[in-house]
Design a protein around this ligand. Structure first.
Ligand SMILES: Cc1ncc(COP(=O)(O)O)c(C=O)c1O
Length: 391
């Protein structure tokens, strides 16, 4: 009997999913373990999808996605980042951010190549590297006071002749860390000096708390990279438009990689669902007013959680500048999965264990604060009591 290929057997399970599966079998859980809010997709997007189905967007589209959606994405970069992209050559629509991530990684790595990944990070990129028969080296961010930073000395030391790719997420899931312009310059310089692909996961760019205005996005690496740089940007409709279940995202890449990703799309998914693509177009064109309301709500949620946890002894609470997570470190904690399990069983609060996010994650827990107040307030109350009781 043939066995399942060793290379895929080695891909670990997501420990966020493992905790979630247990939580889903229980009643009355306050669910803060996944990266999504409990708010439905806004009505104007749902209506656009229904309209698209009625107008006949039920057939195959181009592998790179509808040209009109690619133009809308390019327009979005022009407006938000002052960046000019060629929608026909540099943008590929994907069936989710995670598919864009998988495709970008697959197009950058040969078997036995090595990727360096800044961690703690959402585990899917590491697993995609393993699915490409390559290896991943985790490089933890350093925590300085209440902010994370990139350890550039350790990054330099982590480079080997096999390194082909550097992956980072800004704004970061789970840290809320956002790359500064100086960080971006140094990361780009590192990639250029060592002839590496640089993959930036920017799916949270609209959830940015350190801009002049709440509507300012976290700056994209595309602002300082040239279109000839070996730079790949991964993005998604999931977070900014409450569209997690729609599976729609995009990839920006140097034209040669974008062409290859377009071709490979044929063999993986062919393209994202046609009517979802039309709805995505509407989200980009008409989404700002609803987004502004959501950002106000998320920022208030973040402040509520920071305040609730601020006074708890034995907790280091880094300040997140983006995304919708807190990643508190609990003094002396060595088994974050066990902690989350006990918290779940005793208080019915579901968090993601820090160990799920790779090197540097153990000892912390991730709280997604995108939920409504009616969930968040009792969850913070129960969590702080659990922590104060010395759990
Ligand atoms: C850092 C990061 N990248 C990519 C994604 C993918 O989002 P989706 O596949 O829903 O588009 C997520 C989702 O949680 C994420 O946290």
């Amino acid at each position: 009997m043939p066995s399942v290929a060793r290379s895929v057997q080695n891909v670990p399970h997501s420990r966020i999913r493992e905790l979630a599966e247990i939580a889903m079998s229980m009643d009355g859980v306050l669910r803060l373990y996944f990266g999504e809010s409990n708010l439905p997709t806004p009505g104007y997007i749902k209506r656009a999808a229904v309209r698209a189905i009625e107008e006949g967007y039920t057939f195959y589209t181009e592998n790179a996605g509808l040209p009109s959606l690619r133009r809308a994405i390019a327009e979005n970069y022009r407006r938000l980042h002052g960046v000019e992209l060629d929608p026909a050559r540099e943008i590929v629509v994907t069936a989710s951010g995670v598919q864009a991530l998988n495709m970008g990684i697959r197009c950058a790595l040969d078997p036995d190549d090595e990727a360096i990944m800044l961690t703690p990070a959402w585990p899917n990129a590491s697993s995609s590297v393993m699915m490409a028969n390559a290896t991943v080296r985790h490089l933890p961010h350093a925590l300085e006071g209440r902010r994370y930073r990139v350890d550039f000395d350790a990054l330099e030391a982590a480079f080997t002749p096999r390194t082909r790719l550097l992956i980072y997420t800004s704004p970061s899931n789970p840290l809320g860390w956002v790359a500064t312009l100086e960080d971006q310059r140094k990361l780009l310089d590192f990639a250029r000096r060592h002839d590496l692909w640089l993959l930036a996961d920017e799916v949270y760019d609209r959830l940015y708390w350190a801009g002049e205005r709440l509507s300012d996005p976290a700056p994209s690496i595309l602002r300082i990279a040239t279109r000839d740089d070996a730079v790949v940007v991964v993005h998604s409709f999931s977070k900014s438009y409450c569209m997690t279940g729609w599976r729609l995202g995009w990839l920006i890449a140097r034209a040669d990689m974008a062409a290859k990703a377009t071709q490979l799309n044929e063999f993986v998914i062919s393209h994202a669902a046609s009517f979802a693509q039309k709805a995505g177009e509407t989200a980009l064109a008409e989404g700002e007013p609803e987004l502004a309301v959501m950002l106000e709500r998320l920022k208030a949620n973040r402040d509520l959680c920071l305040e609730a946890l601020g006074g708890v002894k034995g907790l280091t609470l880094p300040v997140p500048d983006g995304a919708f997570y807190l990643f508190p470190r609990i003094d002396g904690l060595r088994d974050s999965f066990g902690f989350c399990l006990r918290l779940l069983e005793e208080t019915r609060v579901g968090l993601a264990p820090g160990v799920a996010f790779g090197k540097g994650g153990e000892g912390s827990v991730r709280i997604c604060y995108a939920a409504e107040r009616s969930i968040l307030e009792p969850a913070m109350d129960r969590l702080t009591r659990f922590l104060r009781a010395g759990a």
